[in-house]
Design a protein around this ligand. Sequence first.
Ligand SMILES: *[C@@H]1O[C@H](CO)[C@@H](O)[C@H](O)[C@H]1NC(C)=O
Ligand SMILES: *[C@@H]1O[C@H](CO)[C@@H](O)[C@H](O)[C@H]1NC(C)=O
Ligand SMILES: *[C@@H]1O[C@H](CO)[C@@H](O)[C@H](O)[C@H]1NC(C)=O
Ligand SMILES: *[C@@H]1O[C@H](CO)[C@@H](O)[C@H](O)[C@H]1NC(C)=O
Ligand SMILES: *[C@@H]1O[C@H](CO)[C@@H](O)[C@H](O)[C@H]1NC(C)=O
Ligand SMILES: *[C@@H]1O[C@H](CO)[C@@H](O)[C@H](O)[C@H]1NC(C)=O
Length: 759
Amino acid sequence: MDKSRCKQQLAFSLLLGLWLPYCLTQTTPSSTATSKPTPTPTPSPSPRPERLKVRLSGYPRKHNEGRIELFYKGEWGTICDDDFTIANAHVLCHHLGFVSATGWTHSAKYGKGQGKIWLDNVQCHGGEKSIEFCKSRGWGNSDCTHDEDAGVVCKDERIPGFVDSNVIDVIDENKVEEVRLRPVVGMAKKKLPITEGVVEVKYKDGWAQICDVGWTAKNTRVVCGMLGFPHERKVNKNFYRLYLERQKNNFHLHSVACTGTEVHLAACPLEFNKPNATSSCAGGMPAVISCMPGPLFMQNSGLKKKLKISTNVRLKGGAKAGEGRVEVLKDNVWGTVCDDRWNLLSASVVCRELGFGSAKEALTGARMGQGMGPIYMNEVKCLGQERSIWDCPVKNITSENCQHSEDAAVRCNVPYMGLETSIRITGGRTRYEGRVEVLTSDPNGTQSWGLICGENWNTKEAMVACRQLGLGYANQGLQETWYWDSSNVTDMVMSGVKCMGNEMALSQCQYHKTVSCQRAAAKFAAGVICSETASDLVLNASLVEQTVYIEDRPLHMLYCAAEEDCLSKSAAKANWPYGHRRLLRFSSQIHNIGRADFKPKAGRHSWVWHACHGHYHSMDIFTHYDLLNANGTKVAEGHKASFCLEDTDCQEGISKRYECANFGDQGITVGCWDLYRHDIDCQWIDITDIKPGNYIMQVVINPNYEVAESDFTNNAMKCNCKYDGHRIWFHNCHIGDALSEEAERRFEKYPGQLNNKIS
Ligand SMILES: *[C@@H]1O[C@H](CO)[C@@H](O)[C@H](O)[C@H]1NC(C)=O
Ligand SMILES: *[C@@H]1O[C@H](CO)[C@@H](O)[C@H](O)[C@H]1NC(C)=O
Ligand SMILES: *[C@@H]1O[C@H](CO)[C@@H](O)[C@H](O)[C@H]1NC(C)=O
Ligand SMILES: *[C@@H]1O[C@H](CO)[C@@H](O)[C@H](O)[C@H]1NC(C)=O
Ligand SMILES: *[C@@H]1O[C@H](CO)[C@@H](O)[C@H](O)[C@H]1NC(C)=O
Ligand SMILES: *[C@@H]1O[C@H](CO)[C@@H](O)[C@H](O)[C@H]1NC(C)=O
């Protein structure tokens, strides 16, 4: 069925609380139409079976090539190269989130693995979901040695929407894996993060110190970066000497000689002590360092103000602090960075300039969602010492060599704040869902877990809870949790929680001083369903600007629109059916640039039949259309619209999944968009009562945060609007977060300034 025709029939759908389940050419069974909605049952995804973990390992590997290792029965092991084929490599690359394999390697090209050789004589067809479904000799049955370990080379292109939970990036196989700072007893401040102390490295038998002979500030910089701190600072060694000389030290490492740009100590030249000689460090003592935290992790608020972070670089779309798509500001407009040659060195420059440590991961293929604006940089090649990505060598971009599906992103090292220790979830069916419990202490200092009142608990609060739990994005915030196991419930200890959405912990949100909850039972306790990915809707601003016009529409064509509340109040007083309404019309194209499909919250069983246009209402409000004057007051009654959501079209290589016709599933697939043409009924703002002048036109998608998104700051789109009484123009249409603060202020002033000129 032709979508635009269907959309026109459904058109009336841009109304308060409307969902259209299917195209109107289909006749509606009246029984469905009149049936009452049933209560919504538990809306949660079924638990996913644990996927086989696969990783790329060895040296010299890249993010898309390396020795294959599988995690089976609690142990990492390799695959033997006997009978290996490109089809095997396809299956493995697919599993790792790449579109295909370009090759495979034999004879331990990336070095020999350790432990088990899990599979041998593997023969895949190529289409298997996982290597475990391919023919082989069976787990652990092999006559190979590690000299025959197989590797793969994957095409450096991510599967759109790929969830990377099973990809484990191994930083290094050197013996130095983990590093910590041990504060010295007595001098230790209890507060987190720990910024100063003795450097300790983990080795197989525990933690050991580093002999500081020849230790440099560059070494300190590397360790600080690993621990989530952008800079090093001086430390008074004498202060520690006396104490440390009395300690029994175990010097595992010495002669560390970093250049300062390494993202891990293991990448620095260093030497290990021989066993049985580990307590000698002639002329030295254990390395002690001090790091400067970024403003986000700084306790001292005086210092916090002095710390500067870049204002022309930002991270967008990440679930946690220190992760997201890299965006840079040029000529007052934010744009993205292309992932060609994107690596840990460049990513670390970005992390540090934003007040985080070095980079943990340099992500390619828009793994933190896609941007909408310009793409400014390609082939960024930082050396590591730069103060900003803006100082790094880059190539100019052309539209042929980069698309937003290649947007670069980072995961930065952030300091350990221990925030996850004071929150937990219970009662859910998977580890991603449950009633939220927080740890509180009474005046006597006794700590106990307790529930949160479900009243007014919504998506933003759930976002903070999921972030604090380390579980990613909020899929849903639940106000009732009666359907979950309530055998061991605790008392309610928190109520009135109200978050902005960007807090790192619930304790940073507003909440009542004393618990006040009308329905203080566990079944009305706040719950969350968290998710590693989320959708992200954005309106195409340039299309709005290009398609705007005025239509004087005769009243006799507007009966349904009136019934659906698409006209302003004064329409009620008109002399129906004579006369007309003046409508401001434009097209809306809504893209899902996130990492999960956007789906209405309510299932179709709760959609309510609407007689006039013959369609269903479901989600109360999907968009707001408003016209604002210079002081931000709404002058044209914005109507609240709901759509029939579907994939009108998609980026190359992505297939449509949702359609309104024939009771189809509704939603917008990642990488697809839904188009509402300017000539659809109700796709307008009624400006009959508006005087000529300058205004701001605003569209807000998902305004009540009803459906989870990874980023709500890009949900508003605004235009300057000039109306001379006959014609209308839009200028400067842009997404809410696309401009610099300064440019946004200038934009907001536009109506006032021009009003003055006109009058
Ligand atoms: C280390 O010392 C222990 C006894 O202290 C001894 O048994 C062991 O053989 C020594 N190892 C080496 C490598 O010298
Ligand atoms: C990149 O573009 C800028 C202007 O946008 C220009 O000044 C510069 O010379 C270009 N660099 C290269 C290598 O083409
Ligand atoms: C705190 O301790 C005092 C004295 O030990 C006791 O009377 C009081 O009940 C305690 N309060 C709480 C909230 O446990
Ligand atoms: C409830 O608590 C008891 C005792 O602590 C424990 O044995 C049981 O497993 C718990 N039940 C659930 C569902 O967590
Ligand atoms: C937005 O609309 C404009 C104008 O129709 C079009 O050229 C552009 O490709 C659209 N942007 C995206 C990301 O689809
Ligand atoms: C905003 O402007 C409207 C008329 O344009 C006026 O009635 C209203 O009082 C103004 N509000 C403020 C807060 O200035």
